[in-house]
Design a protein around this ligand. Structure first.
Ligand code: SAM
Length: 293
């Protein structure tokens, strides 16, 4: 099975979005721009991105022929990997709240190897625009720690996703956990604190595996889970350190902005010393009640 990291252009991400790999590195236009990596480094970096995504997708087991909803994401890395595993007798639908990311992926679909048809939908996992029982499997990778729970709960999101799975179908989610110290944990915390201070968004953030497992046990049957070790992405530190720093922090009182910048600078020093160390992940899977086993 051929896999490539399909979007080839490097553009620095928005400075506050150093988070799950899918969000950070690739845009769509065709030429490298301000790439901090040599071509060899970039190849290793992209190989590792594909391997990271493969580790998650392989955990799903045999998904051939299934109708799959990829919830909370639209990176071609995952979409293509899913399509190749599902094959021509199933389908993949990706649902992402970020319309720009959806459009960026749409522009690259023609270059991807997609045996299963892929549909890209901009929308909210709290209100998935699909009928009950539309899918055999819902999968998410890195969604839950970014959920804004200022007005709704994570349980509501999981219930909404479970409602579009047929009885007896599966919901599987994967996300970072804080069991191993990692520079990325502080980075994610900085993002979450900034989102709260600037727009009132309350992101769940990254916590212990038990929290996300309990969430699934409240909604699904036959829940099982496993924690995987941190996955090293070569040269990610260089990519992160090349991100431009913010010129201003709109909406933040000066003293809050100053504190935030100090923490960010400390993080950059830490990344320089120890690399952009990454969190462990937890995979949790359960069954939607009502089907025949
Ligand atoms: C860390 S990224 C996950 C990246 C993912 N692996 C991918 O393929 O793009 C989190 C994603 O969740 C999406 N997201 C966050 N809240 C959402 C919501 N309420 N509904 C749909 N997508 C959401 C964001 O737009 C972002 O694309």
């Amino acid at each position: 099975m051929d896999r490539v990291a399909p979007e080839r252009t490097f553009t620095s991400p928005p400075w506050y979005l150093t988070r799950l790999l899918a969000t950070i590195t690739f845009m769509t236009e065709g030429l490298y721009r301000q790439d901090p990596l040599t071509p060899e480094e970039r190849e290793e970096f992209e190989d590792d991105l594909v391997s990271f995504s493969d580790r998650g997708l392989d955990g799903l087991g045999d998904v051939s022929g299934l109708e799959v909803l990829y919830a909370g994401g639209s990176s071609l890395l995952w979409v293509e990997g899913l399509s190749q595993r599902v094959g021509e007798h199933g389908s993949v639908t990706a649902l992402d709240a970020d319309e720009e990311r959806v459009e960026a992926t749409r522009e690259n679909l023609a270059d991807a190897d997609l045996p299963a048809p892929v549909r890209l939908v901009a929308g909210d996992v709290f209100r998935p625009p699909f009928g009950p029982g539309s899918f055999d499997l819902v999968y998410s990778a890195g969604l839950f720690h970014e959920l804004d729970v200022s007005e709704r709960t994570a349980e509501e999101a999981l219930l909404a996703l479970a409602s579009v799975v047929r009885p007896g179908g599966r919901v599987a989610t994967e996300d970072f956990v804080d069991t191993v110290p990692a520079a990325q944990l502080e980075d994610e915390k900085l993002d979450a604190d900034l989102a709260l201070a600037s727009s009132g968004e309350s992101l769940i953030g990254i916590g212990a595996p038990g929290r996300i497992v309990a969430l699934h046990e409240g909604v699904l049957s036959d829940v099982w889970w496993r924690v995987s070790r941190p996955f090293r992405i070569r040269h990610l530190d260089k990519v992160v350190l090349a991100e431009p720093e913010p010129a201003d922090l709109p909406g933040l009182p000066p003293e809050v902005a100053q504190g935030w910048r100090r923490r960010r600078e400390a993080l950059r020093e830490r990344v320089g010393r120890e690399g952009y160390t990454r969190p462990a992940t937890v995979y949790v899977e359960g069954t939607v009640a009502g089907g025949r086993r």
